[in-house]
Design a protein around this ligand. Structure first.
Ligand SMILES: [Zn+2]
Ligand SMILES: [Zn+2]
Length: 360
């Protein structure tokens, strides 16, 4: 199949700038609240840099890159931004390998329309580059080419490395409070999907993130404190590394920080209240099956010498049903309306109480 056939073509040529406020992507284990309202702009007066490749050529190549992951990922461009729509659900298995779990699970997210990703096409070096060591503990700092957001590797206590803490699955991801799946390290597993010469993600300042080596396979040489450097063929770009900062350790380019995150950015849509950590639980299995338009998920969880099975399904009427074990042999069933995002800036949580039943 021609990957370009999956591309969503945006017919309007003007940039839509959204101001969606501060409380965007909720992040589960990073459970930080009360960041306070603050706005820091790293926008300087620097002129835009010219792309090293011809702009049109570069654009087609980049759109093709996202197009490989269609139809869940649809990319288009206008004069100023990449516009990427996705449901945030990768096609690999999720959650397996997590040893510190807050009972969140992956649910599709509405990163579409006015809630799509909008990333600068012509990045501009910041007059005052901001480090992710003391900024951006909330929300995404990059977007993988498979449409999955990437958060700061350090959670928003400002200290804990999510990778070293066992919070991430075998692909470097887990779920936030809105049951939103995201990575916290560079998705280097995507390298073999996109090919050795292609980037695996783009930082929200518009600079691209390449894998462990240069596109020709040669070593990267010295990188700056943000894992970036400039080369004659690519201009400024970031790289993945196996140790912190794993990906862009801040922003070489201009971004606006508001309430501790890059602003604007899409919002995840919660469907249920956040849950507490399940101490000692290990996720050991994941299945995803679609039958008759209903998508069913199964997580195998091991805790205290027992094996538990959490099942949930996406119903055709835009609801999600969870069947959760309570650890004493009973199953709790809850059905919630799927979350929605109000483009005017507030998450619209499911109205009304979930239907709940408990079976012996
Ligand atoms: Zn997270
Ligand atoms: Zn490089």
């Amino acid at each position: 199949m021609n990957p370009l056939s999956n591309l969503f073509v945006l017919l309007t040529g003007c940039a839509v700038v959204l101001r969606v406020g501060g409380h965007d992507l909720a992040d589960g284990p990073d459970g930080h609240t009360g960041a306070g309202l603050s706005a820091t702009s790293a926008v300087g007066a620097t002129a835009p840099v010219r792309l090293p490749m011809k702009v049109a050529e570069a654009a087609a190549g980049r759109l093709k890159l996202f197009g490989r992951f269609g139809p869940q990922v649809r990319a288009s461009t206008n004069a100023t931004h990449w516009i990427v729509e996705s449901d945030g659900m990768p096609d690999h298995r999720m959650m397996v390998g997590i040893t510190a779990w807050q009972q969140q699970v992956p649910l599709p997210q509405p990163y579409t329309g006015d809630n799509a990703w909008r990333i600068p096409r012509l990045p501009v070096p910041a007059a005052r580059p901001l480090s992710a060591k003391d900024h951006f503990f909330r929300g995404a700092i990059a977007l993988a080419v498979n449409g999955v957001p990437i958060f700061n590797p350090i959670k928003n206590d400002g200290r804990t490395d999510t990778f070293l803490a066992g919070e991430l699955d075998e692909f470097g991801g887990h779920c936030g409070r809105a049951d939103d799946y995201h990575y916290h390290i560079a998705p280097t597993h995507l390298q073999e999907r996109v090919g050795a010469g292609e980037p695996i993600a783009v930082a929200l300042d518009g600079y691209w993130i390449y894998g462990f080596t240069e596109p020709d396979g040669s070593p990267t040489g010295a990188l700056d404190g943000f894992n970036g450097h400039s080369t004659p063929t690519l201009g400024y770009h970031y790289h993945a590394t196996r140790a912190y900062p794993y990906l862009n350790g801040g922003f070489h380019g201009e971004v606006v920080e508001r309430d501790g995150q890059v602003d604007p950015q899409p919002r995840a849509a919660p469907v249920r209240p956040a849950l507490p950590p399940w101490r000692g639980a290990r996720i050991t299995g994941f299945d995803r099956v679609r039958s008759n338009a209903v998508e069913e998920f199964h997580l195998e969880v091991k805790a205290a010498g027992q094996t538990h099975h959490l099942r949930y399904r996406l119903n055709t009427n835009q609801t999600v049903t969870f069947e959760s074990p309570d650890g004493e042999g009973r199953i709790t069933t809850e059905t919630h309306p799927m979350g929605r995002v109000d483009v005017r800036g507030r998450n619209r949580e499911a109205s009304g109480r979930p239907r709940r039943s408990r079976q012996p």
